[in-house]
Design a binder for this molecule. Structure first.
Ligand code: HEM
Length: 493
């Protein structure tokens, strides 16, 4: 029987399922945290968790306390829910590794394989994350502003009358184009617009399957994920890279490092670029979507933000005018407290990032309340959305309140639980040493775009219905909406 014939594939899938089911037959032993496996072999409680993650975990928390183990898609994950216990991940950092988890994910999702065995490459690539902070970050921001100017100028020309489109489609297009131009530069080709649109569509096609790609299912069995992956890696082949001009410092530094570890022609260099491009847009797109969606549905938020922007423009002697003429740096962006509060409120409501570590050796961890045993090869995770939805920390957590992070005209940074001040209260970017290195850029990019859109355009939402999140990014980042939402915009007169 040919391995790739239909019966061959069915047999391979059946064998795989059997192996996966056998791997998930573990029982609770003395000292283990409570173990909740659900009814379904291998899948465990995946479906219940995916349907209503917060509600499901809250129910389990009432029954079992703040630490318990769940079987989710073939993986045993011990959740630590009390925010004062998040530190356990730091305290036991020697035995709890992010690296193995992250590298396995990179190997499967992006075909970046060398990181699995080469610590030096990993170390060097982490070293250049400094180019996403400080002075290089200021340069990136100046470039975003310049690139955004071109996008806004075109839109201003095309929207003298109302332009109707959909929020997610609009945000995808703007964030993808802007981020690519800022980080990778300009594609030198007459049809560069078409090339970028095609790249974006391939990215969306791949990204739609990301939750499955991160599971144990071989990527070859997930629709066209493998061919999309290949195509996206191919986009960054040596020959094609030479046609992209104006790389940012971070991309140039990464390329220098990659050339030290690979032959120049090695396709895995392209895989690293693809992974970085994915990281730079995959969460920023839905975050931008929700920011616009909530602003459009909350006129009081829109008004407060417009006032803040008008006040800033007046105080810095800048006029809105018809053409694009705005200047602002990171410090100025950060002084806009309502703008920041709106973005934090979006993160609070829409981020479903967990932070994971692989347990490298059997180990007993001592929490404030008890000791519990963790097993080698399993996962331990914190899930900050539980904190984000905790009514003791955030009153009426289900509501969007644009000024939740403003107090007396200043940024509000103190939040309490059980009468104790919380060290962490908004955590969309992971935790500890592996926190997202692009977080400053992401926040600045969203702030800048909202600032420019509100300065130059009027907006109206057309489908003003409540919208649910689709949970396709559960544990992995900012959620996507269940459907897109129509809106219209027009250049201000
Ligand atoms: C709203 C937007 C963003 C969100 C919510 C987000 C969130 C995250 C999260 C949760 C992680 C994993 C951290 C962990 O598991 O401990 C991560 C990693 C990462 N992010 Fe972001 N991110 C965003 C934007 C960006 C941007 C704009 C860039 C780059 C320009 C970026 C680059 C990266 C990279 C390179 C990593 C992997 C870090 C490593 O190698 O350990 N991210 N991000």
């Amino acid at each position: 029987m040919e391995l790739l014939s239909l019966p061959g594939l069915v047999l391979a899938a059946a064998l795989l399922l059997l192996v996966l089911c056998l791997r998930t037959r573990r029982t609770r032993q003395p000292g283990d945290p409570p173990l909740i496996k659900g009814w379904l072999p291998y899948l465990g409680v995946s479906l219940k968790f995916q349907k209503d993650p917060i509600g499901f975990l809250k129910t389990l928390q009432k029954q079992y306390g703040d630490i318990f183990t769940l079987l989710i898609a073939g993986k045993y994950i011990t959740f630590v829910l009390d925010p004062f216990q998040y530190q356990l991940l730091l305290k036991y950092h020697r035995q709890l590794s992010f690296q193995i988890f992250g590298r396995k994910l990179a190997a499967k999702a992006f075909s970046v394989k060398k990181l699995l065995e080469n610590d030096d490459l990993n170390h060097d690539l982490h070293g250049v994350y400094q180019y996403l902070q400080g002075k290089p970050l200021e340069t990136l921001l100046e470039n975003i502003l310049q690139n955004a100017k071109q996008i806004v100028d075109i839109q201003l020309g095309e929207s003298k009358n109302w332009n109707t489109t959909q929020i997610l489609t609009f945000c995808r297009s703007v964030i993808f184009e802007l981020t690519f131009a800022t980080i990778y530069g300009k594609i030198l080709a007459d049809d560069s617009k078409k090339i970028i649109s095609e790249l974006r569509d391939d990215f969306v096609n791949f990204d739609d399957k990301f939750l499955y790609i991160t599971s144990d299912i071989p990527i070859e069995l997930i629709g066209n994920a493998k061919s999309m992956q290949k195509k996206l890696i191919q986009f960054f082949s040596l020959e094609k890279l030479t046609h992209i001009q104006g790389w940012s410092e971070i991309v140039q530094q990464r390329q220098n490092i990659l050339e030290k570890y690979y032959n120049l022609e090695d396709t895995e260099i392209g895989a690293h670029h693809f992974a970085f491009l994915w990281a730079s847009v995959a969460n920023t797109i839905p975050a931008m979507f929700w920011a616009m969606y909530y602003l459009l549905r909350h006129p009081e938020a829109m008004e407060a933000l417009r006032d803040e922007i008008d006040h800033f423009l007046q105080s810095t002697g800048q006029k809105k005018g018809s053409g694009f003429s705005i200047h602002l740096n990171r410090e100025q962006l950060d002084s806009l407290v309502y703008l920041e509060s709106i973005i934090f409120e979006v993160f609070r409501l829409c981020s479903h990032s967990g932070a994971f570590r692989i347990v490298e050796e059997d180990l007993i961890i001592s929490s404030d309340t008890s000791d519990c045993r963790l097993r080698k090869g399993e996962l331990i995770a914190i899930f900050p959305p539980m904190l984000h939805n905790d009514p003791e920390v955030f009153e009426a957590p289900e509501e969007f309140r644009f000024d939740r992070f403003v107090d007396g005209g200043k940024k509000k940074t103190t939040f309490f639980k059980r009468g104790k001040k919380l060290k962490f209260y908004i955590m969309p970017f992971g935790f500890g040493a592996n926190k997202c290195p692009g977080r400053f850029l992401a926040i600045a990019e969203i702030k800048l775009l909202l600032f420019l859109f509100l300065t130059y355009f009027d907006f109206e939402i057309l489908d003003n219905q409540p919208l649910r999140q689709n949970h396709s990014r559960l544990l992995l980042g900012i959620q996507y909406p269940e459907s897109d939402v129509s809106f219209r915009y027009k250049a201000k007169v």
